[in-house]
Every structure is written in C-alpha cells, then in structure tokens.
Design a protein around this ligand. Structure first.
Ligand code: FMN
Length: 310
C-alpha cells in the first residue's frame, strides 16, 4: 500500500512496535508507508543484538522499516551508524525528541535539539555516510516551545529526507495540547519535507491536519494507530470501517501476534507480558469491560477469557 504524495507512517513506540507488531500490522492492514523501529541505543559501545535483530531480522521483509537511533554525542552516533550500516541499513532516523529523563539527562533525545554544538557534530557526522538516507524526529525543546530555534539553522542544512515534528516539549511528555502555532513556525522555516506527529486518532484527524497544513508531506501516528490499527488503511481508502469490522481485523491482528509470541517465547507469563501492551491504548475500540479484564489478567486462562469478552 503506497500513497505517493502524502506519507502515512507508523511511529516508533518502545514496548509496542517491535518487529512482530510491525510485520503483522502490514500483513493484516496493508503496509504503512514506513514503520520506524523503537530507538536503538549504544550499550557498552555497541547496539544490543536484540535491537539489531528487531530492526534487520526476517520479520522486516516485505515492508519498509526505518531503524531509529538515539545518541548523546558524535562518537555514540558514529558507533550506531557503523553497526546499522554493516547490518544493511539504507535509511536511518535520528531521535531528537525522546522525553524520557533517563535519556535526556544524558543529553540524548529532546535534549539534543537544544545544543548547537551537538547538532553541528551530528550534521558533520551524517555527512560522512553518503550512502544512507537520514530523517530526523524532533520535539519543540525540553522545557519551552521555542528551544527548537537554538539550532534549527543547522538542522535546515542537513540533507534530510524528512523531518518529523511532534509539537510538544519534553517536560510535557505525551499530554497537554500540541502546539500547532509552533508546528506552523517550523513548517514555515524549512524546505525539508515535514511530517506531522501527535494525537492523531481518527481518519478525520488526518484530514483535519492536512487541511490546516497543506504544506506537510505526511503524518506519523503512534498511540492512535495502536488504539485503532486500521487508521492508516481507513485514511487511504477514504472511508471509515464499521466498528464490528475494525474489531474483527483487530482480533485477527492480535491472534497472529499472540500465536507468534507463543511460538517464540518461553512460558505463559512472558507471552502475557509481551501481548498485553497490544491492548493498552484500545479501551475505546474494544470497550471498558474487556479492556480492564485484559489489564488485570494474571494467568493465561484469565487472559484468554478476557479476550473472549471482546
Ligand atoms: C511508550 C512510548 C514509547 C515511545 N518510544 C519512542 C521511540 O522509541 N522513539 C521515538 O521517536 N518516539 C517514541 N515515542 C513517541 C511516539 O513515536 C510519538 O512521537 C508520540 O507518541 C506522539 O505521537 P502519537 O500522539 O501519535 O502517539 C514513544 C511514545 C510512547 C508513548
């Protein structure tokens, strides 16, 4: 499924959008224009094997996967880029938006956007990797909505495929109003294709953002897609699916993922802890009763009977 002039992208969400999630989503709903991996970080000077397997293993065949990296300086970035390049990466997304204090306290994610020195070092580093296409995902800043201005002239000069903007600052985490004025200011300040990201829940939300900002090149959806995995399909087809059809697709998606985890993980508790997040944002879609029962399920039998309530 492609949509040439307007991209519909699946956002990275740690703990949710692993390779299996991305693969079965593409199977059931048709591909998003791109699936981004949760951020890959350096640990003791190298990315973890499990992250490389997630980004480059066979489950990534058949749809477009873009690995994402998070880093605190040019050395860390270079070590990640070298490893991903060796693993076969042709595209890499740079995380400059993560608000998790564990990352920002070390200068990674959203903190990176606020440092001219780091942005300049990033620009220089990526210029050495001419055979890789880069994109960048950013927030407005750490504690205020105008910190993006600190180094935006440097970002503007980077040869980026696109710039994804989540118009919140890190201190807001994932709640509070998205700042559409700040988003517009960024859109108006760059010739890099801009992808809007934040609080898109319905096909109408996508249309509304598109109407408000005709200059954007696409949208990226995270929690909205987890809550309603048919969102991109519905938007592409220009029609909302009836709730019962959405539920049937969601159950099919879940069953494939559940079976996959049962076949690849060891023990019920591992499977349950891996599959439960599938439903975390889906309360509205599946109804409060089953959603609560799933959340509470402490054994495989309880989990299966909770699923049967949907
Ligand atoms: C639990 C969680 C984990 C996330 N992990 C990542 C990540 O690894 N990389 C990233 O760029 N963004 C990450 N995000 C941010 C999302 O990609 C997205 O920018 C954010 O949720 C806003 O979009 P949404 O309203 O469509 O969800 C995460 C968000 C949440 C809630």
């Amino acid at each position: 499924m492609t949509n040439s002039d307007f991209s519909l992208m699946a956002a990275p969400i740690q703990g949710h959008t692993d390779a299996a999630y991305r693969a079965f989503h593409a199977q059931v709903y048709g591909d998003a224009d791109a699936y981004f991996t949760p951020f890959i970080r350096a640990e003791k000077g190298a990315p973890r094997n499990r992250d490389l397997n997630d980004a480059f293993g066979p489950l990534n065949d058949g749809h477009r996967t873009v690995p994402q990296v998070i880093f605190r300086d040019a050395a860390e970035l270079r070590c990640l880029l070298d490893a991903l390049k060796s693993a076969g990466a042709k595209e890499i997304d740079l995380n400059m938006g993560c608000p998790f204090p564990l990352q920002t306290a070390r200068g990674r994610g959203a903190a990176a956007i606020c440092s001219r020195e780091l942005v300049s070092a990033i620009a220089e580093t990526i210029s050495e990797y001419t055979d890789i296409k880069f994109s960048l995902k950013m927030r407005l800043g750490m504690v205020s909505p105008d910190e993006w201005k600190t180094a935006f002239d440097l970002i503007n000069k980077m040869p980026l495929e696109h710039l994804t903007v989540h118009p919140r600052f890190a201190k807001q985490q994932y709640s509070g109003e998205v700042d559409l004025d700040a988003f517009k200011a960024i859109l108006d300040s760059t010739d890099i294709p801009v992808i809007y990201n934040g609080d898109i829940k319905t096909p109408e939300d996508i249309e509304s953002i598109r109407r408000q900002f005709p200059g954007i090149s696409g949208v990226m959806t995270g929690r909205g897609l987890l809550a309603r995995p048919s969102l991109i399909k519905e938007s592409l087809e220009g029609t909302e699916l009836p709730p019962e059809q959405r539920l049937a697709l969601m159950k099919d998606f879940h069953n494939r993922l559940f079976t996959h985890y049962q076949n690849t993980l060891c023990g019920d508790m591992q499977v349950i802890s891996k599959i439960k997040p599938f439903w975390e944002y889906a309360e509205t879609e599946i109804g409060r009763k089953p959603w609560k029962a799933i959340k509470k399920a402490s054994s495989m039998a309880k989990y299966i009977s909770a699923i049967a309530m949907i």
